[in-house]
Design a protein. Structure first.
Length: 364
């Protein structure tokens, strides 16, 4: 009798655990697509559980890295960004970079990327080369008719695509135009940086994580836009000292891109603590230049993760090279994302949201 009772208890526990693990999010997760410049482009959107048509919601758009995916960014890169959208009640949007299957050596190689414009540009007069002659060879996208020696990303109009998705989601849903934010990882971080420069009027703040910005080619916006960048001091893919990356490219030192953005916005020279409480708790070194364009709330922040690698803050390694069921039909051959431990919210997402949520677009 005791054995039977113990067995029944174990079965009930298993049922409870199974039901808990399958209840991932409380809101609605939607796959969508648009035709942009003759190409079908996809994006995912998460609506938090309290979404309604009577109030406005912040919007966060997240851009995956090279060979990453929209669903991989949400699931593995950020360890469940939708959980933060649910906690803080913001709309989350994840566009998919253009992609194709190529070959690296004798093996199939999935390539997805963002055309941040500068990664594919020919060297200008007086500029230093942005890659080594011994760089790693990556498959070249078919749409790139002219491909420079150091090029490695898509040649599609990704600036236009991101702008169109941002405008379409804002039109279709109850989005607060004063609280639209853009974040990105690696190649996605470089894309977020570039889009912020070209369209500061559309955003309230930008965050670039391990952004792969080619050296000497970072940019600045023509109007105030709060900006934060995050790097690990052990990152070999985008080394913070500007030395050659592990695969043969030169990227801009974070200190240089930070100073250029802050100087362009007229921020005060004085460096102060960024006052990001979670960053302090986790040992990050985050410094800010403030009072940009004579607006006291505007700031440019540089965060360093001691011991950090080429990964999202809160993660120990780069992830997101996978798909979830939301993209299984469109990218069927790619590996499935592993279920992350989502019991504890990722502190890296909290740091980023703590920065973003302080800022609103003044003219909206």
């Amino acid at each position: 009798m005791k054995e039977l009772l113990r067995l029944l208890i174990l079965i009930n526990v298993a049922i409870i655990l199974t039901s808990c693990s399958t209840e991932k999010y409380k809101g609605e997760y939607i796959e969508n697509s648009i035709i942009w410049k003759g190409l079908e482009r996809e994006y995912l959107i998460y609506l938090p559980s309290r979404y309604n048509t009577k109030e406005l919601f912040p919007l966060l758009m997240g851009l995956h890295g090279y060979t990453g995916t929209a669903s991989g960014f949400e699931k593995e890169t950020t360890k469940g960004m939708n959980h933060h959208a649910e906690k803080h009640q913001f709309i989350a949007v994840y566009p998919q970079g253009s992609y194709f299957w190529g070959k690296k050596g004798n093996y199939p190689f999935f390539v997805s990327s963002w055309n941040d414009i500068e990664s594919n540009a020919e060297p200008r007069e007086g500029e230093r080369q942005i890659c080594s002659n011994k760089r790693e060879e990556y498959p070249k996208p078919e749409e790139c008719k002219k491909y420079s020696h150091c090029a490695w990303t898509s040649c599609h109009d990704d600036v236009g695509f991101i702008k169109e998705v941002l405008n379409q989601v804002t039109k279709e849903y109850k989005v607060d135009k004063s609280r639209r934010y853009l974040v990105g990882m690696s190649n996605g971080g470089a894309m977020a940086h570039r889009f912020g420069c070209l369209h500061p009027e559309l955003l309230a703040a930008v965050v670039s994580v391990s952004g792969s910005i080619p050296r000497d080619r970072s940019c600045t916006p023509n109007q105030p836009l709060p900006y934060m960048q995050v790097f690990g001091d052990k990152d070999e893919t985008t080394p913070i000292n500007g030395e050659l990356s592990i695969d043969g490219w030169y990227y801009e030192k974070p200190d240089i891109s930070f100073e250029k953005w802050a100087n362009a916005l007229g921020c005060k020279k004085e460096m102060k603590d960024a006052n990001l409480s979670i960053a302090k708790e986790r040992g990050l070194i985050c410094l800010a230049r403030r009072n940009c364009s004579e607006i006291s709330s505007h700031e440019v922040v540089n965060c360093l993760i001691p011991g950090g690698k080429h990964a999202w803050p809160g993660q120990t390694e780069g992830k997101g090279y996978c798909i979830t069921t939301e993209q299984k039909a469109s990218i069927p051959r790619y590996s499935q994302c592993q279920e992350s431990d989502l019991e504890e919210l990722n502190w890296g997402n909290e740091i980023i949201w703590q920065f973003l949520s302080k800022h609103r677009k003044d003219n909206e």
